[in-house]
Ligand binder design. Sequence first.
Ligand code: C2E
Ligand code: CA
Ligand code: CA
Length: 702
Amino acid sequence: MINKSIRRLLLIEDNPGDARLMREMFNEEGAHSIEHVHVECMRDAEAHLAQHGADIILLDLGLPDAQGLEAVRRAHAAANHVPLVVLSGMDDESMAIQAMQEGAQDYLIKGQIESRELLRALRYAKERKLIEETLFAEKERAQATLDCIGDAVVTTDITGHITFLNPVAEEMTGWPEQEAKGRPVTDIFHVLNATTREMIPNLMEQAIEQNLAGQLPFNSVLIRRDGIEIFIEDSVAPIRDRAGRTIGAVKVFRDVSASRAMAQEIAHTAEHDFLTGLPNRLLLNDRIGQAIAFALRHEKQIAILFLDLDGFKYINDSLGHPVGDKILQSIGKRLQKCVRISDTVSRQGGDEFVILISEVDCAEDAVLSARRILEVLAEAHCIDGEYLHVTTSIGVSVYPDDGVDAETLIKNADTAMYQAKDSGRQNYKFFKPDMNVRAVERQSIEEGLRGALQRHEFMLHYQPKIDLTTGAITGAEALIRWTHPKRGSIPPDLFIPIAEESGLILPIGRWVLREACTQVCAWAKAGLPMVHMAVNISAIEFRDANFLENVFAILQETGMDPNFLELEMTESVLMKGAEATEKTLKVLREHGVRLAIDDFGTGYSSLSYLRKFSIDSLKIDRSFIRQITTNPEETTIVSAMISMGQSLKLRVVAEGVETHEELAFLRGHHCDEAQGYHFSRPVRPQQFAKLLEGSVEVPMQA
Ligand code: C2E
Ligand code: CA
Ligand code: CA
């Protein structure tokens, strides 16, 4: 064995006696095959090693030209890879030990060596050198790998403190290895779930504790030291010693932001139109499906608008496709501005666009969108410095009336679009003919409303409110009446929503308030008792920036005492933008104006919510009053509303009281006030004056 591994031995020894002794020892053991070379100084040794090398070196530390550690270093330098065994005298054993730290594999003390021992020492020295070299190479290889692989690597010891970070890990965590070493891994490694923003517990600790490999969940982001977030994937494994005991953990992770982005990009491409970037048919169908599910749950409707450009083929043919493409892009952008974020504008291909209007309250709402689109698209498109005009025809279908799935709705909107083209383009048509009639009517009402104030077509009727204990008239509610020059009287339920959508409610509302205030003052001047005047305020008015200013200006202008004005608004007015609402109500209240919640019970307000607002009374919606006689089991709702209102120290008013029974019930449950046909319909001012005079009796007997 030794003969095989050690063939050429270099003995560096200046003492001839010692050298001879050595040779004899080899001979004794029969190690004849070892070729000895004997030199007497370091210089000769260096020359020999440079030329011939050796399998092992036996070095005396007291040479004429090199002593002690210097001798070791020079021998080492001359033959880095050759195992070195040092020979020392008894008196410098400590020197020999130092020599081992310098790279010698072993030392032998002269005069204490036996020949068998000598050979074993040489063999072991050779083996140790071999292992050392292999380990070194292994470590070098690992280090080189860790330094140049694209993955980040972190290791910790058993207590979870960092022991190593490769350059990629330094880069990704933002921590240099020198700074990170010795810190708890949780100091440098913060990982969140990208969506929930919840911290993800450290897997390395888990790997150590449970001696198990693991992986981060999908969608994990690493928060770098400077706060930048990086999507990562990782795997963690415990590091074990030979006995299988865990001594630490290793985590390998990589930046997957790019591949994540690529996946998103691919998904985006599959669902979007390349030319305009709008959702394509696939995504639209999906969105329609979702909108239908939502509408079904919330009893809403949705509308589909099918758009086809008029004469687009002509543009393509005469100006070329590049220009056509630019027009389509310009149209796509404009369409997106015409709708809410929750709506979807899609391009089907060619010059066809389909728009999903989600959540409409009534089909006529789609009319507003269609008209706005026609208007916006009719404006010239500036393409390459030229102004080009394109018009559009729109077909409208409505869920659930015209279909309950995406395919049918789109098909029917398409059919309606052809009718729009037939009837002269730059136009919209509903799929159902009666919808077109209604749309036309709506438009005619809006047009009629525009000049109605100037033409003095409005007037107010007044309906008394009755105190249910005394039977006295406590107030009047002003209700608007409109006489259309051609169509005659149009009920407010029909025109108020249109006035709201077109913004016309603002001047109309101001007129109502001024007229009502003027009227109470006129009655008081005529010697009639002063009553509270209730005026209905719509959400649009309430949210108008000048609302408060207008109210106070009108009070001043008419000389009305604010303490006699009451404003009625529905719960929905209060529910939106609660903070601003609270402020406005407070200001009104501070000026003495009373506030009532109209149509109470039809909205979504909760008791705790109402408590926040400065309110004086609740008007129970007439649909509940109707139930008193038609649905006696439901009367508990009405009695609950009465006692609830009173527990909040609010006056409770019953609306729409029509019968003796209803009145009897309300009095029995101590409702404060009531209003309804049973006492009086809304009447003209002169008639109301008669009620106030007492010349017409208000029926109180139940
Ligand atoms: P509202 O505020 O709930 O007004 C009460 C409605 O119930 C009035 O309808 C009134 O005529 C009717 N009514 C009163 N007693 C009875 C009854 O015993 N039985 C039945 N079935 N109905 C009764 P009107 O005048 O048609 O007004 C309808 C709605 O139009 C009002 O409902 C209000 O929301 C709105 N409105 C009316 N005038 C104005 C106004 O000047 N400004 C605003 N913003 N909205 C107004
Ligand atoms: Ca009212
Ligand atoms: Ca009401």
